[in-house]
Design a protein around this ligand. Structure first.
Ligand SMILES: *Cc1c(COP(=O)(O)O)cnc(C)c1O
Length: 367
């Protein structure tokens, strides 16, 4: 079977998404399933939709277009502020986009008019993490600007935390978002359908039992795909943590020294620490490298440890066992490793579950 390959268990992804959808429903919060780490995979998108997510979100219009072309039928939100150079594509293919810039919003209005469509806007507010977002003091003016433009609907407001500076969602910043929603509604005489509180890092806040206020949407990617909480990479109870794994193939396995010989400089990827001398070890080499995955985000099976990686080789200590060329090792992934693998053209994808057998073959005609 082709390697390296991601093995993607659609049933486990669906289980994770359904579990989160059901638990957040009890708090009055719906889930936007985020597909950006999957390159807009239509199979994964359909698994999310089967689980009951209210819509799909992706940061790249190319991924949204790929899902549309594959016939995925769902409300789709572009969750990154559109590039001016892409506004026509955005109004054509996305129902909603997240916005922070007055010029971009004006261009979306013009593009929507030209296409005789209407486009919905969620304004993103900066609440401490210092990635995208309008400062709270500037929000009301941008709401007024958005409402003044033809062919645009103001769907709501949102925020994003824990991505740039690691600021955790808590009742302080979430209450601030709810307060902003209320004040926009009373100042401008509108009602906001969407108050989107954040991403997988919001789950701890959402399950803490505190008042969720006006927040009625979370955008979830990592927690659905990997079952982990981005705040500390901890596994979330009740979710699968191996819905997506990476399988790589052994191309060499031999007993060699644990320490390099000769004068040590940098490698192509920067300085590397000199390992402690443990005598000879079995060094096993896999045909996978930094072009395919972030080696720091790999979780090897018990008894195996990652020693290092270059563009195309991953060297592991296989715990005293010589592995034959052609044998395979399965690794767990963190989010960074997942994104790299999903976007590498060298990594195959094998979908299982969702009506397929263990070899990934469809066992009944699906949607
Ligand atoms: C990536 C992203 C998400 C999803 O984040 P996860 O941590 O994967 O759940 C949500 N919102 C925005 C704006 C994003 O860019």
């Amino acid at each position: 079977m082709a390697a390296p390959r991601l093995v993607i268990d659609l049933d486990k992804i669906e289980h994770n998404a359904r579990t989160l959808v059901e638990s957040l429903a009890t708090r009055g919060i719906s889930v936007t399933g985020v597909t950006k780490a999957t390159l807009g995979s239509p199979e994964i998108a359909r698994s999310l939709l089967r689980s009951g997510v209210s819509g799909l979100g992706d940061s790249r219009i190319e991924n949204i277009e790929a899902m549309r072309h594959a016939g995925v039928d769902a409300p789709m939100t572009l969750i990154r502020s559109p590039m001016l150079s892409q506004v026509e594509r955005v109004v054509q293919h996305a129902d909603v986009s997240f916005n922070t810039d007055a010029d971009v919003i004006a261009a979306l209005s013009a593009a929507a008019q030209a296409a005789r469509r209407s486009h919905s806007i969620v304004l993103m507010v900066e609440l401490g993490d210092l990635r995208e977002g309008i400062l709270p003091a500037d929000l009301s003016d941008l709401v007024g600007w958005t409402l003044s433009l033809p062919n645009l609907d103001l769907a709501g407001i949102g925020t994003n935390l824990a991505c740039q500076s690691g600021v955790a969602p808590d009742s302080g910043n979430m209450d601030e978002l709810s307060g902003l929603a209320r004040s926009i509604e009373s100042t401008h005489g509108v009602s906001l359908d969407v108050v989107s509180g954040g991403n997988s890092a919001n789950l701890r806040w959402a399950s803490s039992g505190c008042d969720t206020g006006r927040i009625n949407d979370l955008r979830l990617g990592e927690s659905i795909l990997l079952g982990t909480d981005p705040l500390d990479a901890s596994p979330i109870d009740g979710l699968h943590h191996d819905a997506i794994v990476l399988v790589a193939e052994v191309i060499e396995s031999a007993s060699k020294p644990s320490q390099p010989r000769g004068e040590v400089g940098r490698t192509a990827f920067g300085p590397v620490p000199t390992p402690v001398d443990r005598g000879d070890i079995i060094r096993t080499i896999l045909a996978v490298g930094r072009q395919d995955v972030d080696p720091d985000g790999l979780a090897p099976p018990q008894g195996i440890s990652v020693l290092g990686a270059s563009s195309d080789h991953l060297v592991v200590d296989s715990g005293g066992h010589r592995l034959e060329a052609g044998s395979e090792i399965t690794f767990g992934l963190d989010y960074g490793a997942l994104v790299r693998s999903m976007t590498s053209p060298h990594v195959e994808r094998l979908m299982i579950g969702g009506g397929r057998d263990a070899a990934g073959t469809r066992v009944f005609p699906g949607p």
